[in-house]
Design a protein around this ligand. Sequence first.
Ligand SMILES: Cc1cc2nc3c(=O)[nH]c(=O)nc-3n(C[C@H](O)[C@H](O)[C@H](O)COP(=O)(O)OP(=O)(O)OC[C@H]3O[C@@H](n4cnc5c(N)ncnc54)[C@H](O)[C@@H]3O)c2cc1C
Length: 311
Amino acid sequence: VSIEKNVPLAKFSSLKIGGPADFFARVSDEKDLVATADFARRKKLRILIGGSGTNCLFCDAGFRGIFLKIENRGLAFAHKKINRSKTEFAQISAGENLAKFVAAAAKRNWEIAGLAGIPGTVGGAIAGNAGAHGCEISDIFQSARIFDLRRGKFFTVRKNFFQFFYRDSALKNQNNFVIFSATFARPQKTFWQKFRAKFSRKTSPAEEISQIQKKRAARYPFGAGAGSFFKNPPGKFAGELLEKSGVKNLIHGGAVVSSEHANFFLNSKNATAVDFLNLAVEARRAVFKKFKIELQPEVLLLDEFGEKIEI
Ligand SMILES: Cc1cc2nc3c(=O)[nH]c(=O)nc-3n(C[C@H](O)[C@H](O)[C@H](O)COP(=O)(O)OP(=O)(O)OC[C@H]3O[C@@H](n4cnc5c(N)ncnc54)[C@H](O)[C@@H]3O)c2cc1C
């Protein structure tokens, strides 16, 4: 594995923000992962695990340690007999694009179109329990092959290891375990879903994906962002609360709240991480003032030691 020095994280972030990581390694296979973990252990380096960087705000000062960019690829589908019935499973490498998995699954009539259009890797989607349109990746998740960076060992875990909840899991914002690959199962249909599918279904999963992609293109602002900045509080929409609090078009330096969608914060012009933090603090304060609700960031805000910044 080739380990580079002083690599700007902005290049690997959809927000285009982030200073240099002291060390940077692209992990494409098991050998790379084992070698990088050895290197980090020998040099006693802190580790930061990353996929496509579409859900992280990296620090302006970068990262004091080694950044592991997970890039292993590959996907395969197979049938297995469980309790006399056949189920279809997909085995996907963590560095694979989620979009590629969703498209391949749609061709096999898996009903997971809700996950269409979410950028990033499969590993990142699992760690953050990515989802949209009433569908979350944990709905179809079965098991994962994990690498323990401290012990230098692979092991397999099932769903309960992850403690999935809304846009979160035990593996988001931790740097001990790398998700290396995962197995997903075709969603089981209930009787009524089967009935509907047979008698009233007009669109195929592939058509549904293209409809969802069109909806997303119309709804979500274009530009350097990281998706929804804040999580939806129970029973409410963060975007609506932010809009009613008058934060649309709010600006801090190069960071701006989109004029189209108040929960999308964009890097309009050479923004820094500090600009984003200031923008987030002000937007959150406006919502608290009006609704007495404390919004929680969905985007992972990181300091130069890879620790989560609380705002
Ligand atoms: C335009 C836009 C639209 C978006 N829309 C949505 C949406 O509809 N729904 C949604 O849920 N999200 C959305 N997002 C956010 C983002 O795409 C998802 O959170 C995505 O799943 C992150 O994947 P990633 O590979 O970029 O992860 P990163 O941002 O690289 O990492 C996110 C977290 O996962 C961890 N991680 C990544 N890979 C691994 C691994 N292999 N092992 C262990 N930990 C790992 C990282 O350490 C970090 O804590 C959107 C983002 C953008 C830019």
